[in-house]
Design a protein around this ligand. Structure first.
Ligand SMILES: C[S@@+](CC[C@H](N)C(=O)[O-])C[C@H]1O[C@@H](n2cnc3c(N)ncnc32)[C@H](O)[C@@H]1O
Length: 315
């Protein structure tokens, strides 16, 4: 087990135990694949993985980051050691030390680094170690520690409140580097998996979605960036894999249940918790997520009996 390095929107740390309980036993799995890897909470927690396992994400900078962690961990750690605290004055020897690209004022070191990160070319011709170091530094020092981009693909999170944040993370980088050394990495649409998963492999799909209340409808969900068409494409891919004897585990939002429940291949489990929605303890909304899988209940890593007890009891 290894700790993830990045904090990622939609990260699965909170429901990790429930997901792990739905996996087939390790000895029944050939290779592991994660087509929407993000921060890779499950990937790192269940590491190491057999050679030939794969991770993928459509975010180019994220996959480039993992390649640097894999291939150049020492240089990455060294570069991170050179960064200053986010509230420090901007570095006068670098660009954007007083004005950003739009002529706005750059108040401190954090906003200078954010501007350097956003203005980097997206082609091949730049220092990948520096870009990876900037990504991790911003992830650790930004508000709420999440990676988020605007519609133009720019990282737009403001400075965080904790100027004492630790962004070097040398041990985690070294451990992650070892785990990634046998892993193939892709920067494609999730459908790359059709060519890569073989019978006996395990694929964990964690597409972008918001945990919503059980009463939300599939129709309301259409407005998300990963909308109906993408969700249906994902279902078709999962079905094709399941019919080829690949183990499939998907986390998703409850309205997606109707895409899967008509197929005998899949079992659907509710996971989640009653969460307090205001200061009155009895006002709790059932924010839930679902797990869709073809792993039979009598062949689970830690039998699903625990899933029910995982649900937080009502107040
Ligand atoms: C919910 S996040 C995954 C979170 C991850 N499980 C974790 O623990 O941090 C979804 C990821 O899917 C990626 N993504 C969105 N559309 C995609 C697509 N069509 N193909 C592959 N990846 C995609 C996003 O960049 C994002 O990193």
């Amino acid at each position: 087990m290894v700790e993830p390095i990045l904090k990622w929107a939609g990260g699965k740390r909170q429901i990790l135990d429930a997901i792990k309980e739905s996996l087939p036993p390790k000895e029944d799995v050939n290779r592991y694949h994660e087509p929407f890897v993000g921060g890779g909470a499950l990937f790192f927690d269940t590491a190491p993985h057999p050679p030939g396992s794969t991770i993928n994400d459509i975010n180019t900078r994220l996959i480039s980051f993992y390649k640097v962690v894999d291939e150049r961990p020492k240089e990455l750690i060294q570069k991170l050691r050179d960064f200053k605290p986010p509230n420090a004055t901007p570095d006068p020897n670098r660009e954007y030390s007083d004005e950003d690209w739009n002529g706005g004022e750059v108040d401190n070191y954090y906003y200078q680094q954010r501007e350097l990160f956003n203005r980097r070319p997206r082609g091949e011709d730049f220092d990948k170690v520096e870009e990876a170091a900037l990504l991790l530094y911003l992830n650790r020092t930004c508000y709420n520690g999440l990676y988020r981009e605007n519609n133009s693909g720019e990282f737009n999170v403001p400075i965080g409140r904790h100027s004492s944040a630790n962004w070097v993370m040398a041990d985690r980088i070294r451990q992650a580097s070892k785990v990634l050394s046998d892993i193939e990495m892709f920067n494609e649409d999730f459908n790359y998996i059709k060519k890569n998963a073989k019978s006996g492999d395990l694929v964990y799909f964690d597409p972008p979605y918001e945990p919503v209340s059980r009463s939300s409808s599939f129709v309301e969900y259409h407005h998300s960036a990963f909308g109906t068409e993408q969700q249906e494409r994902l279902r078709d891919t999962a079905l094709e894999l399941a019919r080829n004897d690949v183990w499939v585990v998907i986390s998703n939002s409850p309205p997606m249940e109707e895409l899967y429940d008509v197929f005998d291949e899949f079992i659907i489990h509710d996971i989640g918790a009653k969460r307090q929605i205001n200061s009155v303890a009895s006002d709790r909304d059932e924010v839930q997520e679902i797990i869709v899988t073809n792993v039979p209940e009598n062949n689970r890593r830690e039998k699903l009996k625990k899933l029910d007890s995982w649900m937080e009891p009502e107040a």
